[in-house]
Structures are given as C-alpha cells and as structure tokens.
Design a binder for this molecule. Structure first.
Ligand code: FES
Ligand code: FES
Length: 223
C-alpha cells in the first residue's frame, strides 16, 4: 500500500506492507537509521520518536497509524547545522557512552520539554522511565535534561581526566575535542568511545537537501 508520511518536516510517499512498523519504514525505506531497534517489543525505548508531540515506541506502531501525523526523529532535532540544546547538554554533561540509547533518550526528553519546558527532576525521571541505558547509570542523562530546560544542574565532565577548561572547550570545538581525546587516550593507553569515536553517524538529516513542498517517492525495500 502507498503511504504518505511527514517526517522532520518533509513529506514522503512510500510503498509499504500494511503490517510494516513505523520503525522499519523510517530506517529501511527513509534511511533514518538514527532511530534504533533494541528489544523490538516496546520495552527499551531505543526506537522512540515523536508523533504529534508524543513520544512513541516506533517498534510497536504501524507505519499506517502515522499517516497524517507529524513525525519527528532524532535527525530532525538539529536545525541549520546547530545541535538542539538537548544534544549539546548531553555532550556537555557526559550523558553519552556507547550511544545506542541516546536517540531514544533525546526524543523522550524532547517530548517532555515540548509539553513542560521546566520539568522537575522527578518529571524527567518519569518521562525517561521507558528508556533503558546499560552504560551511564542515568545520573548524567537526567542532569543534562535538567540543564537543557535552563534549570540549575550539577555539571558533569564530558571527558574525565581532561583539564576542565579543555573539556569545556571540547564540547563545541571539534579540533579541541580531538586534542582532548588524544590526551586522554594517551593517558589511558587505549582508544575511547563516544564522543572521541563517532557512534553510528546515521543518515543525512532529512531536512537537508530537500524541501517541505512536494512528496518524495521512496520504493519499498529492506523487508
Ligand atoms: S526497540 Fe522499541 S522499545 Fe525497544
Ligand atoms: S549510553 Fe550505552 S546504552 Fe545508554
């Protein structure tokens, strides 16, 4: 069947089976692989996207259910080459380790801030309760979301072991980040993970090189 979906402000026409999950269409047909598949049964939150302002698990939502709705994926967070404040705070607060949970965390947090710009810490924890992280212990993630809402939040070191000034600069300057990573990797005697090693860069943001007018045809594939 033919579906018309609006994702990150761009309208797409896709051929998909009636039983196709939204997750499959996003990843396999639109190439938006920032959205991850973890458990595939609505338990881990790795596949979270925002549909009409609500965070949903795209692994348990049919693509056909998203017709006529506004879908926002992690690729749609950055605007005009600038990371969303949530993305910046995740980096700044060291809220990313392997990065697999990060897109889902960001989208659940984004949905929260869209409906409540200054949530309490408990509200943040409740909003992220459906997103599992096996790496960070959640503290830095909650702190990053709180900071993104403009509330006072205890800063975390993005790169433990790096002098504070250098770590702060590394957040926004790729060249400085490279120097910081080299310093820490040299001391550790091993390569580091994110943010020193990019984790699955994903596709080009859907908004880039495309317009919101006129639908783009995408053939069914990868199923
Ligand atoms: S992959 Fe969808 S909730 Fe785990
Ligand atoms: S950073 Fe690895 S699962 Fe969250």
């Amino acid at each position: 069947m033919q579906l018309v979906l609006t994702v990150n402000g761009t309208t797409y026409e896709v051929e998909a089976r009636p039983t196709a999950r939204l997750l499959d269409v996003l990843r396999d047909q639109l190439g938006l692989t920032g959205t991850k598949e973890g458990c595939a049964e609505g338990e881990c939150g790795a596949c979270t996207v925002i549909v009409d302002g609500r965070a949903v698990n795209s692994c348990v939502m049919l693509a056909v259910q998203a017709r006529g709705k506004e879908i926002l994926t992690v690729e749609g967070l950055a605007r005009d080459g600038e990371l969303d404040v949530l993305q910046r705070k995740f980096v700044e607060y060291g809220a990313v380790q392997c990065g697999f949970c990060t897109p889902g965390m960001l989208m659940s947090a984004k949905a929260l801030l869209m409906r409540d710009p200054t949530p309490s810490e408990q509200d943040i924890r409740i909003a992220l309760a459906g997103n599992l992280c096996r790496c960070t212990g959640y503290t830095a993630i909650v702190a990053a979301v709180k900071a993104a809402s403009g509330q006072e939040s205890t800063p975390q070191m993005a790169l433990p072991g790096v002098p504070g000034e250098l770590a702060a600069a590394a957040v926004t300057d790729p060249a400085t980040l490279a120097v910081a990573c080299e310093t820490v990797e040299s001391e550790a005697g091993r390569p580091l993970g994110a943010p020193c090693t990019p984790v699955d860069g994903g596709p080009t943001p859907a908004g880039e090189g495309s317009t919101t007018s006129g639908a783009r045809s995408v053939s069914e594939g990868g199923e």
